[in-house]
Design a protein around this ligand. Structure first.
Ligand code: LLP
Length: 385
């Protein structure tokens, strides 16, 4: 399933640019693939809401029966309003505020993914005040290199996330003393945009090893959660990630007791490819060795190239003349506001539409109003048919 921009081009001309265009057929076909694998191996999918919390997308994703991985109370609230069941929602994050903990307890979520003993103690206190027992999964830092950008590497010892292996025994011992929490699971997330699938194999081996530590404490783990991280191919936006191989790794390599649940938390791989940022060319300007195509979208609409030097494929969907080299840049007053440097595009002119592909994940979700710009709207393929 590929996005056929030609079918929509006429409608695009009536819409204020820039905007996020979500091809819901692409979304559904991605979700179909993931659900098939999830059912095949009985691996429960919790969508990482942070990747894109657009309500329309959330409603579609929840209709697939997936759970949600949330990192703020606002995400929990939005997930519930969009059809996710509270008992299929996990609450992660290294810095949950008191207000968020109280809100999550009240909402009846399934589990808090906890990252430190002080956090567990606070959750225990609030649960006690409400005469509740909160389910806790311990997020463990397995010290695994994810081979991705350093800003989205989360499972090495220096990172702020999770409980380190050298303190695990102590944390388990202390947590077991608390009366209003129940230690029911373990959680991992080693990074994002991981394209080397061997990283997930290494994670399975660590999970198997770490499980034994819990056995020595006589803790019966109800669930193992391997987190998200499956990367996509930004150079080839119409090629889906290898979900079959990804699920197979977990099925074959993670030791799971028959009554133990296994969870994953994909974000990017579910929603990235259905989204494109559609922008209009404002000006073509001569540079020293290049031409600048100055567009009306900026790093405020898609920060990934500026923040992680990410490469998003760009297509001129209005033109197919002979090609030239361009730097595609936004209007923001920052030199990092560049979408791509020295890329080949068809001869491009003022008014052309460019599609910046694979923008469905961490695009709209990370938008800002820097320079007091308007937030770009979301447009859905179903509405243009
Ligand atoms: N679970 C946890 C605990 C996470 O921290 C994340 C992402 C996920 C799941 C989902 O990971 P995914 O499947 O999307 O890789 N803004 C960055 C990505 C940050 C990811 C943060 N955590 C980017 O645009 O590349």
């Amino acid at each position: 399933m590929t996005t056929k921009f030609n079918d929509y081009l006429k409608k695009f001309s009536e819409i204020q640019t820039p905007f996020y265009f979500y091809d819901l057929d692409v979304l559904r076909s991605t979700l179909d693939k993931v659900r098939e694998q999830s059912l095949k191996y009985n691996i429960k999918v919790h969508y990482a809401v942070k990747a894109n919390a657009n309500p329309r997308l959330l409603q579609i994703i929840s209709s697939y029966g997936f759970g949600a991985d949330c990192v703020s109370f606002n995400e929990i609230d939005m997930a519930i309003r969009c059809g996710f069941k509270p008992d299929q929602i996990v609450f992660a994050g290294v810095g949950k505020s008191d207000k968020e903990i109280v809100g999550a307890l009240k909402a009846g979520i399934s589990c808090f993914n906890c990252e430190s003993l002080p956090e567990i103690e606070v959750i225990n206190e609030f649960a006690k005040k409400s005469s509740l027992t909160a389910n806790i999964a311990l997020r463990i830092n397995p010290n695994i290199e994810a081979h991705t950008h350093k800003y989205i590497t989360t499972g090495i010892e220096e990172s702020k996330f999770g409980v380190n292996l050298w303190e695990l025994d102590e944390v388990i011992t202390e947590a077991l003393k608390l009366k209003n929490i129940s230690l029911t699971g373990i959680h991992f997330h080693v990074g994002s945009q991981i394209t080397k699938l061997s990283v997930f194999k290494g994670l399975c081996l660590k999970i198997n090893e770490i499980k034994k530590t819990f056995e020595t404490h006589n803790v019966k783990l109800e669930s193992l959660n391997a987190g998200g991280g499956l990367g996509i191919d930004y150079d080839n936006p119409d090629i889906y990630p290898d979900f079959e191989k990804y699920f197979l790794i977990y099925n074959e390599m993670a030791d799971r007791d028959p009554d133990q649940k296994f969870h994953i938390e994909p974000g990017r791989s579910l929603v990235a490819q259905c989204g494109s940022l559609i922008t209009r060319v404002l000006y073509i300007k001569k540079g020293v060795n290049t031409q600048f195509a100055i567009v009306d979208a900026g790093m405020t609409d898609l920060i990934r190239p500026a923040l992680y030097q990410a490469n998003h494929k760009i297509e001129n969907i209005s033109s197919n003349c002979k090609s030239r080299r361009y730097d595609v840049v936004g209007p923001i007053c920052e030199s990092s506001d560049v979408f791509a440097k020295y890329i080949e595009l068809p001869e491009t002119k003022r008014g052309d539409f460019l599609a910046i592909r694979s923008a469905g994940a961490y695009g709209e979700a990370m938008a800002s109003r820097y320079n007091l710009r308007d937030l770009a709207k979301a447009i859905f393929s179903d509405d243009l048919k």
